[in-house]
Design a protein around this ligand. Structure first.
Ligand code: GLC
Ligand code: CA
Length: 536
C-alpha cells in the first residue's frame, strides 16, 4: 500500500468552533463541507476531525455515548457520509478521532455495566472500596481522585480523565472486539484512519497504590504497559491491515525506547505518534505553571525526535494546547513574522505536518478575562486543584486563563462580521476580540499574509521532493537559531530560523528559495523572527 499520509499536509478541525451552518452558535458538519474549498485551496490533503460522535459533550465529544452515530449538534450520519464524499471529490481524506480509553458515563455499555447486566458487567474497571474508601491512591489526569463511587453498583469505577469518562476494561476481550467493530464501521464508510486518543494509557497492568509522589499517581501502572502494545498489535493485524489507512496515536510522556515500540515499522502498532516534549519545555510541574519560553530547548526537542524516529507528525498546536504564536512566537510586535517562522518549521521538518484550525491565519490566545468565560472541564478542575494547593483566587485564575485549552477553541475567525463570520448567533465560547484584524477573508486578499505564506510553503512541498522525502540533519542550535538540512538523492535544502526579536548572523550561505521577509538573496543576516529556505 502506498503511504500517501507521508506526502500530505494534515489539518485538524475542532468541529464545534470551525463553522456553523445552521446558526445555532455551534460549528457542525455541513459547516465543514462549506469550507472544503478553502481547505483545498490551502493545500490540505488530510483532515483530522475531532470527535463528532454522539456525546453529552462534557469534554467536547471526547466523552462518547454512541460511536456509531453522529451527535445532533453536529449533524447526522448522512451529513458525515456527505462530508466524506465531498472531501473525496477534492482528493481530501478524512481521519476520525478514536477515543478508546474511555466512553461517556451515558454510554449504554456503562449504564448496563452499572446494573451488572451481561455482557457489559466487566466492560469497565470496577473495584470494591478499600477500608471504606478509594480502591487505591491514583489521581485523575484531570486532577482529583481517579475513582468514583457508584451507588447503584456499590463499587468504584476508574476514570483517568473526568468522572463522566469511565475507563474501559481492556483486560476484557469483548471490549477489544467492540473497538474493532467501531473501527471497521468507519473504515467501511470511507475514512482514511484514526487519530487514537490517549492511546498509551489504555491498559492498566495493576491496581496497586502508586509510589509516585507528585501528580499523576498511578502512571507506573498505566503508561505504555506491555499489554497496551499487545492490544495495538491486535487492532493493527485484525482491522487496520485490511484497509488503506493510517493511524497517529496521542502518546504523552513517552521515552525513546517506548516510542520505537509504538511506531517503528516492524512494531506493527501505529504509523506515528504525537509526542509532546517540544511543547512542554517551559512547563513547570503542571501545565498551569509556565516558565519563560527558551527557543533552544524547543529546537533541541524537535531535533531529538527528528533524529530518533523514522517519521513524526509535526505539530505546534492542537485542541489541547494554547496558540503557538502566543506561546512560541510573539503575538504582538512580530505576530506576522513569528507566525511565518513557525509555519516554516512546521512545513519543512521531516514528517507529516498537522495544521490546527486557525494556525494558518495566526490566530492568537483568547485573552480571557475571567473564569466565567472558560468552559473546558480540565481548566475548571485545574482551578480547583490550584486553590486546594493554597493559591489565592486571583493567582489561580490568572494561571488557568493563560494556559486553558479554551485559548485555541475559540470560534474560527473567517471575516470581520459580527461573530467573525463563524455564525450569526453568539457562540457559547467567546470569540477572540482581535477577529477584525486577524481573519481569513482579509488574508486571502493580502499577498503577504500568513495564510498565503502557508500556501507558498505547502506549494513548495509539492515541487521540492526533498522537503517530503529528505533526511534530516541538524546543523546548528543556539539560544535563538535553528538550522538544519534536508537531503534527498543529490539535492539538499537548508532551513534556518531565528526565534528572537534581535537580528542574528550565521555563516551558512546558499541560494535563497523562500523567506518570510522581502528579500532577493541571503548573506547570513537574519532579521527578527526571520526564516529562510536555501538551496545548497
Ligand atoms: C485527549 C484529548 C483531550 C481529551 C482527553 C480525554 O488528551 O486530546 O482533548 O480531553 O484525551 O479524552
Ligand atoms: Ca450549528
Amino acid at each position: 500500500m502506498n503511504e500517501l499520509w507521508k506526502e500530505r499536509v494534515a489539518y485538524q478541525i475542532y468541529p464545534r468552533s470551525f463553522n456553523d451552518s445552521n446558526n445555532d452558535g455551534i460549528g457542525d458538519i455541513p459547516g465543514i463541507i462549506e469550507k472544503l474549498d478553502y481547505l483545498k485551496d490551502l493545500g490540505v490533503g488530510i483532515i483530522w476531525l475531532s470527535p463528532v460522535y454522539k456525546s453529552p459533550q462534557k469534554d467536547n465529544g471526547y466523552d462518547v455515548s454512541d460511536y456509531l452515530d453522529i451527535d445532533p449538534l453536529f449533524g447526522t450520519l448522512e451529513d458525515m457520509d456527505n462530508l466524506i464524499k465531498a472531501a473525496g471529490k477534492r482528493d481530501i481524506k478524512i481521519i476520525m478521532d478514536l477515543v478508546l480509553n474511555h466512553t461517556s458515563d451515558q454510554h449504554i455499555w456503562f449504564q448496563k455495566s452499572r446494573e451488572g447486566i451481561e455482557p457489559y458487567k466487566d466492560y469497565y474497571i470496577w473495584k470494591d472500596p478499600k477500608n471504606g474508601s478509594y480502591p487505591n491512591n491514583w489521581d485523575s489526569i484531570f486532577t482529583g481522585p481517579a475513582w468514583k463511587y457508584d451507588e447503584l453498583r456499590k463499587q468504584y469505577y476508574l476514570h483517568l480523565f473526568a468522572e463522566e469518562q469511565p475507563d474501559l476494561n481492556f483486560h476484557n476481550p469483548k471490549v477489544i472486539e467492540e473497538i474493532k467493530n467501531i473501527m471497521r464501521f468507519w473504515l467501511e464508510r470511507g475514512i482514511y484512519g484514526f487519530r487514537c486518543d490517549a492511546v498509551n494509557v489504555i491498559y492498566k497492568s495493576s491496581f496497586k497504590d502508586s509510589v509516585t509522589k507528585s501528580v499523576r499517581k498511578g502512571r507506573e501502572y498505566y503508561l505504555s504497559q506491555p499489554g497496551n502494545h499487545l492490544i495495538l498489535k491486535e487492532l493493527k493485524k485484525d482491522v487496520l491491515d485490511n484497509y488503506d489507512c493510517f493511524t497517529v496515536g496521542e502518546a504523552g510522556h513517552v521515552d525513546k525506547e517506548t516510542a520505537h515500540l509504538f511506531c517503528d515499522k516492524k512494531s506493527k502498532e501505529l504509523d506515528m505518534i504525537f509526542t509532546f516534549d517540544h511543547l512542554e519545555t517551559h512547563e513547570y510541574l503542571v501545565k498551569w505553571f509556565r516558565r519563560k519560553f527558551k527557543p533552544k530547548k524547543f529546537f533541541e526537542k524537535l531535533s531529538f525526535w527528528q533524529k530518533e524516529l523514522e517519521w513524526n507528525p509535526i505539530f505546534f498546536e492542537n485542541h489541547d494546547q494554547i496558540r503557538s504564536v502566543t506561546d512560541l512566537g510573539n503575538d504582538k510586535l512580530y505576530w506576522q513574522e513569528s507566525s511565518k517562522m513557525l509555519a516554516t518549521l512546521l512545513l519543512t521538518l521531516k514528517g507529516t505536518p498537522f495544521i490546527y484550525q486557525g494556525e494558518e491565519i495566526g490566530m492568537t490566545n483568547a485573552n480571557f478575562k475571567s473564569l466565567a468565560e472558560i468552559e473546558d472541564i480540565e481548566s475548571l478542575n485545574g482551578f480547583k486543584m490550584l486553590r486546594k494547593w493554597g493559591l489565592p483566587k486571583f493567582l489561580a485564575e490568572k494561571f488557568i486563563l493563560k494556559s486553558s485549552r479554551d485559548n485555541c477553541r475559540t470560534p474560527f475567525q473567517w471575516n470581520d462580521d459580527k461573530y467573525a463570520g463563524f455564525s450569526t448567533t453568539k457562540p457559547p465560547l467567546k470569540l477572540c476580540d482581535n477577529y477584525q484584524r486577524i481573519n481569513a477573508e482579509s488574508q486571502i486578499e493580502a499577498k503577504t499574509s500568513i495564510l498565503n505564506f502557508y500556501k507558498q510553503l505547502i506549494g513548495l512541498r509539492k515541487t521540492e521532493e526533498t522537503l517530503v522525502k529528505g533526511d534530516f540533519t541538524e546543523l546548528l542550535i543556539t539560544n535563538h537559531l535553528f538550522a538544519y538540512e534536508r537531503q534527498y538523492q543529490d539535492k539538499s535544502l537548508i532551513i534556518i530560523v531565528n526565534s528572537s526579536k534581535k537580528k542574528q548572523r550565521i555563516s551558512i550561505k546558499g541560494e535563497l528559495v523562500l523567506s518570510n521577509y522581502k528579500r532577493t538573496d541571503f548573506n547570513g543576516n537574519l532579521s527578527p523572527y526571520e526564516a529562510v529556505i536555501l538551496r545548497e
